[in-house]
Ligand binder design. Structure first.
Ligand code: PFF
Length: 513
């Protein structure tokens, strides 16, 4: 198959390749760490009801909308959100709204890659036996705190080059080598190997956990799955469930738009979108939901439920590996799998921005990779330096990974439903489609999804907003973090302006159907 179209743009080499790449973006730390943590803290089985409703009302419809918009923009010569938005809605403002679709993946990359390096570090330390610390639970906490430099800002630099910094460099370089190789030779080829490898590793760890032969496994499964109906009446449960759906499916990040833009006009998007979402749910519910919490429960009992995302993965689970036969091997396998899961996701965060630098500024691959490398290294350095209490990481995650994704999802739903139009959307979605999507999905996208999103967002602002505003007004690292994000946003807006002028001068929007 040719891997360039008549605009000279790259294209996916195979259908399974693009499905695995989108699924690779979706399956990540969110599936194995964030999901069990959220479910446990929000009523176990009761979390699953709002979770599945959000999947049906928000996740899958928006996923189809993103696939459709991406392919539509791609076949008209654009791969990045500013160009695609401008094609979908001919108002000059649309390209500026797309700044959010570049900012989100770029800033998430800045901290996600750090956590990715933690996973690589843990895998390495299992291999060398340094993480076999016996049944001393405090030792695992102490290891983690030191490893990530939680006690003091700059702690990781103080010792003159800690192990984590080296691993971060390796992780960073690996991401950029793959991105530099391009969509087909880099992302697609890597995901084709990484996804099956991840399934095998996860199934091995799952089989080990479920056959530990203790009653606590059953109790752990109960903690994860037994519904506590009281939670259904809490606003927070609904917020957490819809946030998890977004984070997990990589919907609302501008990523699917970018990936789908490398499709051909008659490539299916309806079944492919559904397949990649289903794959993500398999990893999340069947693997993440059955491994992490049940395993933590074995060691910690009921208190496992109160562990946060990192507590479960980096503290509770090493305690479990310490007592299980073959624990060193399974510890390595677990963290290695997390590393692979994270890397297929972080690649997808870089691609939308690199695509924009290339098509918006006319940069060649090495120049755009260098520019992106510099910006992301700056942000990553910021997160690694301000490591005390993980304040910078948490602030980035809250404002970008939690708040802003609702805004982008709203923008996308409105552009699709109201500017592009659901009649055109429905028609476009079915070009080359292998399944028929019922019409009511379009109605949902136009009316229900934006309202649902708005309600959740307002709820978010009221419940969590004031606390975070208070945190920022206290100054220090949270304030610097928000200022840092603001600076990047202004920079991106400037670049979009330059790109817009170039595209206009080249007549890129003339004669487009
Ligand atoms: N979906 C990924 C996960 O579940 O870990 C996270 C993610 C991927 C977030 C891509 C943002 C992104 F742009």
């Amino acid at each position: 198959m040719a891997s360039q179209d008549h605009h000279g743009k790259e294209q996916w080499a195979s259908r399974i390749g693009v499905i695995l790449a989108v699924a690779g973006s979706a399956v990540g730390l969110g599936n194995f760490l964030r999901f069990p943590g959220q479910a446990a803290q929000n009523g176990g089985g009761a979390f699953m009801l709002p979770y599945f409703i959000s999947l049906l009302v928000l996740g899958i419809p928006l996923c189809w909308a993103e696939w459709t918009m991406g392919r539509y923009g791609g076949t008209r010569g654009f791969n990045s959100a500013p160009g695609v938005f401008q094609i979908l809605w001919r108002n000059p403002i649309s390209k500026y709204l797309a700044a959010v679709a570049l900012l989100i993946p770029l800033v998430i990359y800045m901290y996600y890659v750090v956590i990715e390096a933690w996973c690589l570090g843990y895998a390495f330390n299992y291999l060398t036996g340094k993480l076999m610390l016996g049944e001393d639970s405090a030792a695992y906490g102490a290891f983690f705190d030191k490893f990530v430099g939680i006690e003091k800002d700059g702690a990781l630099f103080a010792t003159g080059g800690s192990q984590l910094l080296l691993l971060l460099l390796v992780t960073f370089a690996l991401n950029f080598v793959l991105i530099y190789r391009g969509v087909t030779k880099g992302i697609e080829s890597f995901c084709k190997v990484a996804m099956p490898l991840m399934v095998v590793c996860a199934l091995c760890v799952l089989a080990r956990v479920l056959t530990l032969g203790t009653d606590k496994v059953v109790e752990g499964l109960g903690a994860m799955w037994n519904p506590d109906p009281e939670y259904l009446w809490r606003w927070e449960t609904w917020l957490a469930a819809s946030g998890q759906i977004f984070f997990s499916l990589s919907v609302g990040f501008g990523i699917v738009i970018n990936y789908a833009s490398y499709l051909r006009k008659s490539d299916d998007v309806a079944l492919s979108g559904l397949t990649s979402s289903s794959m993500n749910e398999f990893f999340e519910v069947c693997l993440g939901g059955l491994i992490t919490l049940p395993a933590a429960f074995i060691f910690l009992g009921a208190s496992a439920k109160s562990q946060g995302t990192f507590g479960l993965g980096f503290n509770a689970l090493p305690n479990v590996f310490a007592v299980m036969p073959g624990g060193q091997f399974f510890g390595f396998l677990w963290f290695f799998m997390l590393f692979i899961a994270a890397i297929t996701s972080s690649l997808s965060m870089l691609q939308p921005v690199i695509a924009f630098f290339e098509e918006g500024l006319g940069l060649k691959r090495h120049a755009s990779a260098t520019l992106l490398g510099l910006i992301s290294a700056l942000g990553c350095g910021f997160v690694v330096y301000f490591s005390q209490g993980m304040l910078a990481l948490d602030t980035f995650d809250f404002w970008i990974g939690t708040m802003l994704i609702f805004i982008l999802a709203m923008i996308q739903a409105v552009i699709y439903g109201w500017m592009f139009g659901i009649e055109r959307g429905h028609q476009e979605l079915h070009l080359g489609a292998h399944i028929r999507v019922p019409w009511f999905v379009q109605l949902m996208l136009k009316y229900v999804t934006p309202v649902y999103l708005l309600a959740v967002f307002i709820g978010f602002c009221f419940t969590k907003g004031p606390d975070y505003v208070r945190v920022i007004s206290g100054g220090g690292v949270p304030l610097y973090s928000v200022l840092f994000i603001g600076t990047i946003l202004v920079f991106l807006l400037l670049l979009i302006r330059i790109a817009g002028q170039r595209w206009q001068a080249e007549g890129r929007f003339d004669n487009i159907d």
